[in-house]
Design a protein around this ligand. Structure first.
Ligand code: HEC
Length: 168
């Protein structure tokens, strides 16, 4: 009797569990498919809201672009800015937290030749660092001063290895 009941409920559980599992699995699959990383264009789309784009594109660096600025940017990137946690110690988008984001934290070397550097003005990069993005980039305007954020732009630009970009 006890065995029978147990068997009955086990069967019922299995009958519910299997379709439920399939539904959850399909839902997760769909959710993942909608904001897909696969479309390169998505990563290239500006992160600045349309009504602010002209303003952001026109922003000019508050610090001169020099080796000193780049080194200062690098120190912030791997140090107090904790950018490396997500973007990786060399800015390749492979930091320890990278896997939890979609799209992934940007690979600033642009090793895949997406042309990300070409698609952005310095002002748009500065904007993203300052205001963050809806896909998980953190806003830094309250944490890092303007000079620090511009030094980061200089450092990020110095990482570019993309062949596409080199054909500018
Ligand atoms: C908690 C993880 C995390 C940290 C820390 C982080 N980022 Fe990001 N960052 C991301 C993610 C995720 C994206 C991709 C978001 C997207 O596609 O909009 C991104 C995107 C960017 C972009 C690209 C924006 C664009 O227009 O395409 C820039 C520039 C950037 N981060 C700079 C930085 C800098 C500089 C720091 C440190 C001061 C930093 N990030 C720290 C997660 C992080």
């Amino acid at each position: 009797m006890i065995v029978k009941i147990w068997k009955g409920s086990a069967l019922a559980t299995t009958l519910v569990a299997i379709p439920l599992f399939i539904i959850v699995f399909l839902t997760l699959l769909c959710l993942d498919a909608i904001p897909a990383y696969s479309a390169d264009g998505h990563v290239l789309d500006s992160r600045v809201p349309a009504d602010k784009l002209a303003e952001a594109k026109a922003l000019k660096s508050a610090v001169p672009r020099s080796e000193k600025t780049i080194l200062a940017g690098k120190a912030i990137f791997t140090g107090k800015g904790v950018c490396a946690n997500c973007h990786g110690p060399e800015g390749k988008g492979d930091g320890p937290l990278a896997a939890s984001f979609n799209p992934r934290p940007r690979d600033f070397t642009d090793a895949d030749d997406l042309g990300w550097h070409k698609a952005r003005t310095d002002g748009e990069i500065f904007w993203a660092i300052s205001k963050g993005t809806e896909y998980g980039m953190i806003p830094y305007e309250d944490m890092l001063n303007e000079e620090d954020r511009w030094a980061l732009v200089a450092y990020i630009r110095s990482l570019e290895k993309s062949v596409v970009a080199n054909h500018k």
